[in-house]
Write a protein that binds this ligand. Structure first.
Ligand SMILES: [Zn+2]
Length: 323
């Protein structure tokens, strides 16, 4: 065979191999990990719990084909990923879980690499955090609890400068070992000089999760580690008298389908955003079994626009019933 024919043949084989790899990256994949041992829930009755108002504040959004957010879905239907904060009005404190996006976010992102701005940092700014808080008449926040220290979860901090930031110590230590230098130190620039309060999830196992931190000591707000996406990604149970139980997931998943199937995102995004793939897969499996055995709990991830909208609709109808 002539040299040119060999070159053509190897070119074609390479293209075929590439095509197979691309197709394979969209196929479902069985996750490696073990089935968790579920424990019986701590029987707190509703009467013992306080009334807690929960409001998702969507600050921005991005849209992508569903197949990129959920491996194996094969759907090209547009899926909305939200950039949200959650306002939690508890009798003991008014606080945020994550912070959404600040009014000045684009000036923070100016000068960042084009690849970053065109992929992870590509979004539409809907309503910055400050505008949400003003609209709702919130003029005092006791603290903001950050699920983890990725830029898109601390991007609202400049709008609440000075409010104490509560961070899982595991997360803070891991971020300081390298992630803080990323994207021209974007995360430290966003955190500014707001006071930091580090906490540890060193309490007993809770609902099948390895350990916990009971924020007010009354069982109403219980933090649990959901590691993998980052070392200290922290979930938050909200147990209340005036509505359903909630488990906020930080970025343990992007959308509900990730834990329902369970399935990762497309490998391109999964590898881009996941710190420790094996641990993150185990967390996905834990959430899969937890969701199956606790249909009464709404598991809501911080980018899951559909779940957040559904929750807000149910909250509105409940509020109407109480009037
Ligand atoms: Zn995120």
């Amino acid at each position: 065979m002539k040299k040119r024919q060999w070159a053509k043949l190897s070119g074609l084989s390479l293209a075929a191999f590439g095509a197979v790899m691309v197709i394979k990256s969209f196929l479902p994949r069985r996750l490696a990990g073990s089935k968790p041992r579920l424990v019986v829930r701590d029987g707190l009755s509703r009467e013992q719990l306080p009334e807690i108002r929960v409001t998702f504040l969507r600050c921005g959004h991005a849209t992508l084909p569903e197949a990129l957010a959920v491996r194996g879905s094969f759907s090209l239907a547009p899926l909305v990923l939200a950039h949200s904060a959650v306002l939690i009005e508890h009798p003991r404190a008014i606080f945020l879980y994550d912070t959404g996006l600040c009014s000045d976010i684009f000036s923070f992102l100016k000068g960042e690499p084009l690849f970053f701005r065109r992929t992870l940092a590509s979004f539409v700014l809907d309503q910055p955090l400050a505008a949400h808080l003003q609209r709702l008449g919130v003029n005092r926040l006791d603290f903001a609890l950050l699920s983890h220290l990725h830029w898109d979860h601390v991007s609202g901090v400049p709008d609440i400068a000075g409010v104490p930031l509560r961070i899982n110590k595991v997360e803070y230590d891991a971020a300081r070992l390298g992630r803080f230098d990323q994207w021209h130190a974007l995360v430290p620039r966003l955190l500014g000089s707001s006071p930091l309060e580090l906490f540890s999830c060193d309490g007993p196992p809770y609902e099948g999760f390895a350990s916990s931190h009971d924020l007010f000591g009354d069982g109403s707000i219980v933090l649990v580690p959901l590691p993998g996406h980052t070392a200290g990604n922290t979930g938050m149970f909200i147990n209340r008298a005036n509505g359903g139980r909630l488990l906020l997931l930080g970025d343990a998943v992007w959308v509900a389908d990730n834990y329902l199937r369970p399935a990762t995102m497309h490998p391109f995004f999964w590898s881009l955003v996941t710190g420790d793939s094996a641990t993150a897969c185990q967390t996905l499996i834990d959430l899969h079994y937890f969701a199956a055995s606790h249909p009464e709990v709404s598991l809501i991830a911080m980018h899951d626009a559909r779940m957040q909208e559904t929750f807000m609709r149910v909250e509105a109808s409940l509020a109407q019933r109480w009037v």
